[in-house]
Ligand binder design. Sequence first.
Ligand SMILES: *[C@@H]1O[C@H](CO)[C@@H](O)[C@H](O)[C@H]1NC(C)=O
Ligand SMILES: *[C@@H]1O[C@H](CO)[C@@H](O)[C@H](O)[C@H]1NC(C)=O
Length: 294
Amino acid sequence: MASGGTPLFIFIVLCISAVKIDDFIKVECKSKNVGHYGQQSLLECVVKTGQFVTDPNIRMVAWKKLTSPEDEGDLVLGFQRGKLDEPKRGYRFAEPSWDEKNMNVSLLITNTAVADDGDYKCMVITDSGDDSMVTNLEVQARYSILTVYSIPEKIVPNTDSTLICESRGGYPQGTIHWFDEEKHDWTGSSEMEVTQSDDGLFQLTGRLHLFRGSTFQRYTCVVLNASGVKEDEIIFEMPAPPRLTPPSGPEPIEICKIVVRLVVTGSLMVGLLCVLLFYRWRAQREYAFLVSLI
Ligand SMILES: *[C@@H]1O[C@H](CO)[C@@H](O)[C@H](O)[C@H]1NC(C)=O
Ligand SMILES: *[C@@H]1O[C@H](CO)[C@@H](O)[C@H](O)[C@H]1NC(C)=O
């Protein structure tokens, strides 16, 4: 039995190595690439060749944007028969003067849009074999808060009101959170509306309902990105409650306190300086006296 198994084993090993030699072209891509909206994005792929491949030439490259894992995809950059197929605008080889000898077939997206988010397939045919690989671009855009305001515009003490916080320009979808000045989270009492503009960026509108008698002096609206990291915040100051005695400008007592403190520290320094000068003057006199004795 054992002697019958050995030739079979050798046969299998030979088959595997034959396949391997034939398959000595491999497209290797970074599995995850992050791109920022409006900036350049790099989808990094290189063609690796086995040790038996010398001087490989690339015959064809096709970079396709996939809309689903099964679909054929849209060609965004193609190269065959020694020239580029009319590439889609804004897509090119990352290597500035790429040619069929260059194994770095990375794709550069010059002005990243939300629509560029997703999977890409890089297919390569060389004179020593072919391979393809799927890679992914994750597009991110940073949220900023435009404004926070109240309805009614002038909050009347002891009536209900709503704070509204508007944030836009982010991707993927983030969230709006509310905190009071003691850092209590009020997000649970708020609502968030999400809309997406034509360019795919999200606009988030947060609404925090304030009921009479339960208001703090200050509320902070915070926008978090899809990973829960703070991207922007803005503070809304509630109007001060009306005072019983009308305020009379800056409080004179406070100003007096500051002036007194300045004078005290100032005169203390002057006093110290006087003491020092006096000691120096006395030491010099004693020295002069001793010298005159000699
Ligand atoms: C491929 O080329 C791009 C653009 O020149 C470069 O940023 C990247 O590091 C290169 N990748 C490799 C693996 O050489
Ligand atoms: C959220 O922000 C952090 C810090 O800026 C960043 O590292 C992370 O990639 C962002 N996540 C998303 C999904 O935008």
